[in-house]
Design a binder for this molecule. Sequence first.
Ligand code: HAM
Length: 423
Amino acid sequence: MASTMEPLPGTADIWEPETRTWVRLETMAREVFSRYGYGELRTPIFERTDVFVRGIGDETEVVQKEMYTFEDRGGRSLTLRPEGTAGIMRAIASQGLSQGEEKRVFYIGPMFPGERPAAGRRRQFHQVGVEAVGRCNPAIDAECIAMQHDYLRAIGLPGAKVLLNSRGTVEDHQRISDAFREYFTPRTDDMCDDCRRRASTNVWRILDCKNSQCQSVIEGAPAIPDLLGVESRRFFDTVCELLDALDIAYEINPRLVRGLDYYEHTVFEVIYEGDELGAQNAISGGGRYRISLPGSNKSVEGVGFAAGLERLLLAQNAVSQEAASMGEIDIFVAALGEGTLSEGLRLAQELRRRGHRVIAETEGRSLKAQLRTANRVNASVALIRGENELANNTVTCKAMTGPDQDEVSLDSLDEWLAGHLLS
Ligand code: HAM
């Protein structure tokens, strides 16, 4: 009896206080994505099956094994969306997109991959995602990765590792497929049954295999960036240069292909390296793609990413219990010395009225202890109002993630903050 009351395997009920953390992750996504000019789009949870088969690719694991597909009373084949991108493309295409026009949308909601549930792999999970559709240039890709970085930073996961690669364009795919086939075909005896089949059906899929025996073969496979044509290589190098200019750390993984067939050029994945997520350690992933539309020979191109809320929560809780319980913080106001506590509280109040998220020191501890708290709550900056600063009508402003520390007049504080807070 009790088991019929439980949610189905791979699904969950989400209760207070956890729901509050969910809302915070969603709110932060809305805030960060809208700063980059993305607007929210809500699409149906089910679509015609063809939207996913054509969009995601019929050789992908998702389409072959992992979709909730059913017939409605009219005999139409429908599918619960296993991911967000294909439905978003269908919606954008249904509105029409003129040549050179760009649409930037974000989405938040449940996805339903019917894969076998395991730790970190759910049958209903939730994504926040973005798509910039209609234009193709490396700057949009770099900005998309920068936005993903801003989001992860805003929710307290600034150090997660970004893996980057390029899959080139369709013009490169034949060359890359040939190189993979030449490498893998003589080695299939050392690989799992699935990979043996993939060597002749879709050799790229081998690179996604998690089987440890296959992994050791995959490690020696040709590196994709070395196989790219001149144009694709230039595109990839420009994405890397722009990320360097934006100070976004990444690691090139020359064998990253990602599990969906629609990708071209840039692909990326964010890995959380703590033990809490086990083998399912990708908290976010995305790339540039071209998606075929059902019922037409047209395709739409874009770039985007999606992050899994369940995995973000696991990683976030592991990184900082305190940050998770206190919410996200821009500024920590430290107080130092006689009579500075109330000054600090007053400054914090003023900054909150100007829209900043602020925590102020309430005990008058040592500066070291206060800065430790500023770090733990993941504040971007600490403002120190000590006796000297009070006398001089100044604030000492310290960036928590960089070397900048300046004593500025109260009048110039806004300007300093504008240069150091995530805008
Ligand atoms: P994806 O890599 O399939 O990409 O999913 C993105 C993220 O969703 C993963 O990194 C993971 O955090 C989470 N996720 C995926 N499957 C599950 C699952 N079964 N259980 C729990 N979490 C999961 C996409 O979905 C692409 N549509 C992303 C994209 C957008 N590419 C371009 N634009």
